[in-house]
Design a protein around this ligand. Structure first.
Ligand code: NAP
Length: 212
C-alpha cells in the first residue's frame, strides 16, 4: 500500500518505519523540520521518503493520523481534501497540557474527527498501545498467540485495510465494532498509558495488559 504519515513523531515515526520495512510505500510528513522527516525516511529504508502533507495524501491508500489533538485542524487544513481517503487515526483527544481527555463518554476523538472530515473513511487503531512496544512487537511477529489490538470504524474498506496494517506490525487485529466504540477505547487507552508511564513496570506492564 501507499501510506501517508501525518505527524511523524513517536507514533507516526515508528509506525511509518515499520510499514516501510513491511514493504509498504511510506511518505513521512508533518514535523517541525524537514530534516527530521528526511532522517526518518533514510533510516526507514528504500520504501520511505519525506514529503508535505498534500504529498503524503496524494494517491495514498491510507493515511495515518498521529498528531496531538491541538494540531488536528492545522494538519487537516494543510493536507487538503480527504474525500474518500482511508484515515487511520491513533490521535487521542487530549487537552492542551496532556492531563486528560478533552472529549469523552458521549463522543470520542475518532467520532469528532469523522465530523470534521465527513467524506473520509475513518478507522480508529493503534491508539491503545504505547509507542515503546511497537518495534518489539514487529521484530517478534509471533506466529501464534500474538498480542491483540482493537480497531473500530463504520467503513468496511478502511477496516479491512487497518486490519492488514495491524497484522503487518505483528498484532492480531480485533474488530471492536463501529466508530462510536472509540468512546470506550480511548478511556481504556488512558488506563494503558497510566500503566505505561506512571505504574510500576513501565511499558512492559502496559503491553502485558494490552495482551490480556
Ligand atoms: N506516543 C504514544 O505512545 C501514543 C500512544 C497512543 C496514542 N498516541 C497519540 O498519537 C498522537 C501522536 O502522539 P505522539 O506521541 O507520536 O506525538 P509526538 O511525538 O509529539 O508527534 C507529533 C508530531 O506532530 C508534529 N508537530 C507538532 N506540532 C507541529 C507543528 N506546529 N507543525 C508541524 N508539525 C508539528 C511533531 O513534530 P516534531 O517531530 O518536530 O516534534 C511530531 O512529528 C497523539 O494524539 C497521541 O495522543 C500516542
Amino acid at each position: 500500500m501507499r501510506i501517508g504519515i501525518l505527524g511523524s513523531g513517536l507514533m507516526g515515526g515508528k509506525l511509518g518505519t515499520i510499514f516501510a520495512r513491511a514493504g509498504h510505500e511510506v511518505v513521512f510528513s508533518y514535523a517541525r523540520s524537514t530534516k527530521k522527516l528526511e532522517t526518518l525516511a533514510r533510516k526507514a529504508g528504500k520504501n520511505a521518503r519525506a514529503g508535505t502533507p498534500p504529498e503524503a495524501a496524494h494517491r495514498a491508500d491510507a493515511l495515518l493520523l498521529a498528531v496531538h489533538w491541538s494540531q488536528i485542524d492545522d494538519v487537516l487544513q494543510q493536507t487538503g481534501d480527504l474525500s474518500d481517503k482511508v484515515v487511520v487515526t491513533c490521535s487521542m483527544p487530549m487537552n492542551d497540557d496532556d492531563t486528560d481527555l478533552a472529549i469523552t463518554h458521549t463522543s470520542s476523538g475518532a467520532e469528532e474527527l469523522a465530523k470534521k472530515i465527513p467524506k473520509a473513511r475513518i478507522v480508529s487503531a493503534f491508539n491503545t498501545v504505547p509507542s515503546e512496544v511497537l518495534f518489539g512487537v514487529y521484530e517478534a511477529r509471533r506466529k501464534a498467540a500474538r498480542p491483540s489490538l482493537i480497531y473500530c470504524g463504520d467503513d468496511l474498506r478502511s477496516k479491512r485495510l487497518a486490519a492488514e496494517l495491524i497484522r503487518d506490525v505483528g498484532f492480531d487485529p480485533v474488530d471492536a465494532g463501529p466508530l462510536r466504540i472509540a468512546r470506550y477505547a480511548e478511556p481504556f487507552t488512558m488506563l494503558v498509558a497510566q500503566l505505561a508511564y506512571e505504574g510500576k513496570g513501565g511499558p512492559e506492564l502496559a503491553y502485558r495488559f494490552e495482551r490480556f
